[in-house]
Design a protein. Structure first.
Length: 169
């Protein structure tokens, strides 16, 4: 069974992620760009092949990749999220990276990169709404506490005048 034939066949047709395979020198040896990701990348899959990760990717991502690659060398998977500006728009991605071993020998890593922009935008919107609700709750609570204090004062004044209390507080 030839893995490249499987990967290039129907399996990848349905994959919504970018897939990169790196050799043990951090060189791109395989690249799959899903249809949904084609508009986001500036390069064709062939552009990546044979190049070292740090030659292509933005400098700020090198530490993220290197940390993940070191974990892969130890037999561990790694995940990291990052944001990048593409065509003037902020996009969010999540990379899941797994080691590849031949017997006991580390021979590279495979990375699955997913566009998580919609999820991040939703999370940011929820965080904003939560903050707004906390502010509203704070004001509502303060108002209720003020109302309780006013009711206590009214009851106290009524008591001084010899009248029955008006509020049960």
């Amino acid at each position: 069974m030839d893995i490249k034939n499987i990967l290039n066949g129907d399996l990848l047709k349905y994959c919504e992620e970018l897939i990169f395979v790196f050799d043990n020198n951090k060189r791109f040896i395989f690249c799959h760009i899903s249809k949904s990701m084609q508009d986001l990348l500036l390069f064709s899959p062939e552009y990546f092949l044979g190049k070292i990760y740090s030659e292509i990717m933005p400098e700020f991502m090198n530490n993220l990749f290197n940390d993940s690659y070191e974990k892969n060398q130890l037999g561990e998977s790694a995940t990291y999220d990052y944001e990048i500006i593409i065509n003037g728009n902020k996009r969010f991605f999540s990379s899941r990276q797994y080691p590849i071993f031949d017997s006991q020998l580390f021979i590279g890593a495979i990375a699955f990169i997913r566009d998580i922009t919609q999820r991040k935008q939703f999370e940011e919107e929820m965080a904003h709404q939560k903050k707004e609700l906390e502010i509203i709750n704070k004001y509502a609570l303060n108002r209720e506490l003020n109302n309780i204090e006013l009711k206590k004062e009214i009851n106290e004044l009524l008591s001084r005048l010899g009248e029955d209390k008006k509020y049960n507080v």
